[in-house]
Design a protein around this ligand. Sequence first.
Ligand code: ATP
Length: 197
Amino acid sequence: MIIVGLTGGIGSGKTTVAKQFEALGVPVYIADVEAKNLMHKSKVIKRKLIQLFGDKAYINDVLNKYYIADIIFNNNTYLQKMNAIVHPRVARHFEKWSLKQDAPYVIKEVAVLFENGGHIACDYIITVTAPKELRIKRLLMRDNTTKDKIKSIMKNQWTDTEKIKYSQYVIDNVDLEMTKNQVVGIHEDILKRIGKI
Ligand code: ATP
C-alpha cells in the first residue's frame, strides 16, 4: 500500500485537508483520533497508562485527558513514556487498517510525523502550512486554550522550513477554495506518479 503522510504544525489545517482528500475517495487515517480511540478500547494501553499516571488516569473508564495533559505538558519524560506505550500500538493498528483499504493510496495524518520519525515509512509527504498568527487565531476559536499554550506547543514542533525540506508537497492553507484546488492537484499528481492514471 502506498502511504502518504500528511503533517503540519498545530492548527495548520491538517484535518481540514484530510477531509478534502477523503471527499475525493482517499482513505484517511487520523493518528491522533485513532490513538485516543485505542486509549479507551485497548486494555493493555489502559493498564500501562494507569501504571504510569496512577488511578486518576481514567475516570469511570474515560481517559482523564486534562489530568494527563497537565502532567505531560510540564514533564517531557512522561510524554516520552506515554508515547512509548501508545505509538507502537497505533503503528500496528494503522498497518492492519491500511492493508484492508481498497484504494491506490492512503493518507496518514500525523501531527508530529517528522518529530517521531514516522516520515521514514511514508512514500510521499504533504506538509500543510499557514501563517502562525492565523493558526493561533483559528485555534483560539476552536479550542478552550491560550496563546501561551499554543506557542509552547509550536516551540516543540519542527519549523515549516524544516518540514518542507523533506516533503514532496506543500499545501498553503489560507483560503479553503484554494486549498481544495491544491488537494485536487496533488491527488492527480500522486495517481500519476504511482501509475494509476
Ligand atoms: P491540530 O494541530 O490541532 O490537530 P489541524 O492542523 O488538524 O489542528 P484543523 O483542525 O484542520 O487543523 O484546523 C484548525 C481550525 O481552523 C479548525 O477550526 C478549522 O475549521 C479551521 N480552518 C482550517 N483551515 C481553514 C481555512 N482554510 N479557512 C478557515 N478556517 C480554517
